[in-house]
Design a protein around this ligand. Structure first.
Ligand code: XLS
Ligand code: NI
Ligand code: NI
Length: 434
């Protein structure tokens, strides 16, 4: 036991509590739509934000002071793991997620990197066995180190591509060994700054080939989880190749990977792309590619990825509405890709951030489940499109041509009369549940 969380008790569900560190809505065993709340939400803590990020921003260095700093030795990596698993026990969330770089020092060579990762993976394995915390997904950080400054798989230098292939193999092995339920690829620096020095056709080909290798390796090792791509429109690169759900969908099709790769959708990335979270979720669901979510929120004024803990119930409710409507998570879950504000220095702040986020998600989920059960939104939508259920309309769509349709417009004197979209009424409807 470390003493990092001294004085902080295991968080309990207590609907009447006035404590800021209690769950008033997250009740893991509560049944919604025939399933336990915990099994709907499948919460995960993100190792990077909670334990590896030191509180820096573009204008200043670290603000936190943690007993596992400096993060450059295996001894510190083990201490960090001890603290992380203590937090998992306090929160009681079922999963966590990590990048290789979050959990062990990278060392000076590939063999050293691999040794360190394997050593900490064994340490995690023991802790997961002892505590029951599971791995939602693993991933590789191929964006922080300077070797990745011009891209990872999309790098002009083939040696960087080779380094990345070896790195992802190690991270997939680690994920497989720990029973991870998914493997995520977020294209951190897979994009470019300026066309003046960039061959974007070649770079996209490299990224596509890389993804094919990842899928081949998944089958080779019999990894049962899903491979997930996480779209993001910019930051760190000016132009990212995996801009949003639609862009990633066409990328998957172009490289023949339909049915092999799904998506991890992040609230903040959706906002950066000029979409809403529910738009991206509905789009992914429409393609059958809704895998998992990174739950956070962006500051709506700042225009960059602020990765804050979610705190807006109506927004979260609409997101879970799309997820439930699509049938809910299978291997996916709700990963809190969220970090403290850099002035939030205390161990207690880390707990408060997660407790609040879990409770907001639970409230959103309850509202979403109630709206689905009530069926009001679906009924309104069906009524709006009812004209398309008729035989004539169906036949027009399936077999019509511009000439045959024109004939009918003339013969029947078709002259459409607009009808209300009723947005305000529907917004009032949602407000009854949130
Ligand atoms: C960064 C991404 C990152 C991924 C994992 O914006 O959200 O945290 O989720 O590499
Ligand atoms: Ni992000
Ligand atoms: Ni993310």
């Amino acid at each position: 036991m470390t003493n990092f969380f001294d004085g902080i008790d295991k968080v309990a569900y207590d609907p009447d509590s006035t404590s800021d560190l209690a769950f008033r809505h997250y009740n893991p065993d509560e049944i919604l739509l025939g399933k336990r709340m915990e099994d709907h939400l499948r919460f995960a803590v993100a190792y990077w934000h909670s334990f590896a990020w030191e509180g820096g921003d573009p204008f200043g260095g670290r603000t936190f002071d943690r007993p596992w700093y400096p993060q450059d030795s295996m001894e510190m990596a083990r201490l960090k793991a001890d603290v992380a698993f203590e937090m998992f026990d306090i929160l009681g969330q079922p999963f966590f997620c990590f990048h290789d770089a979050d959990v062990a020092p990278g060392g000076d060579s590939f063999p050293e990197y691999k040794r360190n990762l394997e050593e900490i993976v064994d340490y995690f394995g023991e802790k997961m066995e002892a505590t029951g915390t599971r791995l939602l997904w693993g991933t590789a950080n191929m964006f922080t180190h300077r070797r990745f400054m011009s891209g990872a798989a999309t790098n002009p230098d083939p040696d960087v591509f080779a380094w990345c292939a070896a790195t992802v193999k190690s991270c997939m092995d680690a994920t497989q060994k720990l029973g991870g339920e998914n493997y995520v690829l977020w294209g951190g620096r897979e994009g470019y700054e300026t066309l003046l020095n960039t061959d974007l056709v070649r770079e996209r080909q490299q990224a596509g080939r890389f993804l094919q290798m990842v899928v081949d390796y998944k089958h080779k090792i019999g990894f049962k989880g899903q491979i997930l791509i996480e779209p993001k429109p910019q930051e760190p690169s000016k132009h990212q190749y995996d801009f949003d759900v639609n862009t990633v969908y066409s990328f998957i099709k172009e490289f023949g990977l339909e049915g092999q790769v799904a998506m991890n959708i992040e609230q903040g990335h959706a906002i950066l792309a000029g979409h809403s979270f529910e738009h991206e979720l509905a789009m992914a669901a429409a393609f059958g590619l809704l895998g998992s979510i990174d739950m956070n929120r962006n500051d709506y004024q700042s225009g960059w990825d602020t990765d804050q803990f979610p705190n807006n119930v109506p927004e979260v409710a609409l997101a879970y509405y799309e997820i439930l409507k699509a049938g809910g998570f299978t291997t996916g879950g709700t990963n809190f890709d969220a970090k403290l504000r850099r002035q939030s220095l205390d161990a207690e702040d880390l707990i408060a951030g997660h407790v609040g986020a879990m409770d907001v998600c639970a409230r959103g989920l309850k509202a979403a489940a109630a709206m689905l059960e009530d069926g009001g939104l679906e009924a309104a939508r069906s009524a709006r499109y009812a004209g398309w259920d008729g035989d004539v309309a169906r036949d027009m769509l399936a077999n019509g041509s511009l000439e045959s349709i024109t004939e009918r417009v003339l013969a029947e004197g078709i002259n459409p009369e607009p009808r209300s979209g009723q947005q305000e009424r529907l917004e009032n409807y949602v407000n009854r549940f949130v």
